[in-house]
Design a protein around this ligand. Structure first.
Ligand SMILES: *[C@@H]1O[C@H](CO)[C@@H](O)[C@H](O)[C@H]1NC(C)=O
Ligand SMILES: *[C@@H]1O[C@H](CO)[C@@H](O)[C@H](O)[C@H]1NC(C)=O
Ligand SMILES: *[C@@H]1O[C@H](CO)[C@@H](O)[C@H](O)[C@H]1NC(C)=O
Ligand SMILES: *[C@@H]1O[C@H](CO)[C@@H](O)[C@H](O)[C@H]1NC(C)=O
Ligand SMILES: *[C@@H]1O[C@H](CO)[C@@H](O)[C@H](O)[C@H]1NC(C)=O
Ligand SMILES: *[C@@H]1O[C@H](CO)[C@@H](O)[C@H](O)[C@H]1NC(C)=O
Ligand SMILES: *[C@@H]1O[C@H](CO)[C@@H](O)[C@H](O)[C@H]1NC(C)=O
Length: 465
């Protein structure tokens, strides 16, 4: 073997020095390779104190490698110098020696690169020491938001029961573009009462600063909160006005919202607060656009539940509304969570005061449900002709994700212009669901350019491994 020959020929003191250097390097290589493999294997198991301190040791290894690389480079440069100075052609032994060194050097550099790559991968940007200056915590000036986004390592330095080394509180990336508003939102005194700024919070969420950071101040509550009505009354009765903070709404009471004439609520849901008249017949009696025609895009709850008797138990209503769908489904022993935000009216408060579950949630977010869990998703007045096709695709795939096989997707009165209809229908057909009900009806008005579309679709089983 060439290398062994080279070793054998080196008899000088310098040679011995080199010999130890090389042995040392080889030892170090083996050592690093073992440690890094060992720890990447071990990290799958719960708390291991040695591997929990993996970071410092790998970075030591990295620094050690850098020194070794420098030393070898020096050595090579020195040898080149020597061979230039001595006029005689370099002996084969010293040529072989420098080739050997070069080989070792490239090996070490390879390992060095892979180790640094590993460190880049495993260390979260916020704990990576070098680049800290442009990282999230540094971006904001208000101390509360800086504290919030910083990683909170577990006490005792061990993995917690969820298998994570720390808690990684996150904010929506758009928060960075809305720095001013977010800092205003996070500028408060810890432990005090927050400002009455839910509207600012909602604006941040709707524009993509979602999730919003938590805060450490007490949210404002209505001055005189009276206990809600009992469940046998609460579903169909407008609650006590004192149970809502009205400061950020144009209406200051529920009668104002329910009164069609004031037009101070939310335009998409002008009648939603009129529980006794507008809301009462919904989904139990077909509502015709015009009393003289039988044009309707409504399906009745009983007709839909009959498709799967007893099978529909839990679901989500992603709509603009006051929870009436959930109230009616409750009568059929189906539990519905109503996703809504407070657009111009206290939708979430009303849904809760009726005794139903409000989910304060924007369209920007992935649904907080696990895959294949819900029996039903119902949507009305929310996804409409305003929605971008790509967004609709993402939304539908997400809904498909949470629906269980055999679950129902009920698109209720999707409203769009006639020319867009085919494109929207394609988006729904893309799901390849089984069609139970499907209807397109023209919207009756002056120019006859808009349509309603309703469907009840069933998610097929996907028996692929
Ligand atoms: C968490 O700890 C394990 C084991 O010490 C380590 O392998 C892993 O890289 C750490 N993860 C993070 C994100 O720091
Ligand atoms: C609701 O239930 C309570 C007792 O649980 C009863 O006293 C009350 O009369 C009921 N109200 C209605 C409207 O049925
Ligand atoms: C409700 O608010 C309207 C105006 O917003 C006001 O005219 C009306 O008197 C209020 N009604 C009650 C019962 O407070
Ligand atoms: C609800 O609508 C009906 C019919 O338009 C109306 O008579 C009633 O006063 C409304 N309810 C409220 C609370 O405004
Ligand atoms: C409320 O106003 C809308 C829009 O003007 C109208 O279509 C609807 O019929 C009104 N509802 C009632 C109950 O008056
Ligand atoms: C109602 O619909 C049926 C068909 O479903 C049709 O035969 C009938 O003429 C319609 N009635 C009115 C009043 O439009
Ligand atoms: C709902 O459940 C109750 C109690 O189990 C039962 O009495 C009632 O008939 C059910 N209602 C429907 C519509 O299934």
């Amino acid at each position: 073997m060439r290398n062994q020959n080279v070793m054998a020929k080196i008899g000088t003191c310098r040679g011995i020095h080199r010999f130890f250097l090389i042995v040392g390097v080889l030892g170090l290589l083996i050592c690093i390779a073992t440690v890094s493999n060992f720890c990447s294997l071990r990290s799958f198991h719960v708390s291991d104190t040695f591997c929990n301190h993996n970071h410092p040791s790998t970075s030591h290894g990295r620094i050690g490698l850098e020194t070794v690389i420098k030393k070898i480079q020096q050595e090579l440069a020195e040898m080149r110098e020597l061979s230039k100075q001595s006029s005689s052609p370099s002996s084969p032994s010293s040529l072989g020696y420098s080739a050997f060194l070069a080989e070792i050097l490239s090996l070490i550099e390879e390992i060095h690169a892979s180790v640094s790559l590993k460190i880049e991968e495993t260390v979260h940007p916020l704990v990576r020491p070098k680049k800290q200056s442009n990282e999230p915590a540094e971006f904001f000036l208000i101390e509360e938001i800086r504290k919030y986004v910083r990683i909170k390592p577990n006490r005792l330095g061990k993995q917690n029961f969820m298998g994570a080394n720390g808690t990684f509180t996150s904010i929506g990336h758009v928060c960075f573009a809305m720095k001013k508003e977010l800092e205003e939102y996070m500028d408060y005194d810890v432990g005090e009462i927050c400002r009455d700024d839910w509207k600012l919070a909602q604006k941040l969420m709707v524009h993509g600063c979602d999730p919003l950071p938590r805060r450490r101040c007490f949210s404002r509550a209505p001055q005189l909160y009276t206990k809600p009505f009992a469940i046998n009354e609460s579903l169909w009765k407008l609650p006590d006005n004192r149970n809502v903070r009205w400061s950020q709404y144009r209406c200051k009471n529920f009668t104002c919202l329910a009164n069609n004439a004031t037009r101070k609520g939310f335009f998409k849901c002008a009648d939603c607060f009129n529980l006794t008249h507008h809301e009462l017949p919904r989904w139990i009696k077909p509502v015709y656009q015009d009393p003289n025609s039988n044009l309707t895009s409504d399906f009745l709850i009983t007709d839909v539940l009959e498709l799967k008797p007893g099978e529909i138990r839990i679901g989500l209503d992603f709509s603009v509304g006051t929870g009436t769908f959930a109230a009616r489904m409750r009568e059929s022993n189906v539990t519905i969570v109503s996703a809504s935000i407070n657009l111009g009216a206290p939708f979430n408060e009303l849904i809760a005061l009726r005794g139903l579950i409000p989910l304060y949630f924007t369209i920007n977010q992935r649904l907080p449900f696990f895959d294949n869990t819900l029996d039903l998703i119902h949507t009305t007045r929310f996804l409409d002709g305003w929605i971008d096709f790509v967004l609709l695709d993402f939304v539908l795939f997400d809904w498909d994700r949470v629906l269980r096989p055999g679950g129902l997707l009920w698109i209720d009165s999707f409203f769009c212009s006639k020319e867009d209809l085919d494109d929207y229908l394609e988006a729904f057909k893309m799901l390849r669901y089984k069609t139970h009900k499907w209807i397109v009806v023209p919207k009756i008005d002056k120019d006859d350019k808009e349509v309603f579309f309703s469907a009840v679709l069933e998610k097929p089983p996907r028996p692929f491994q």
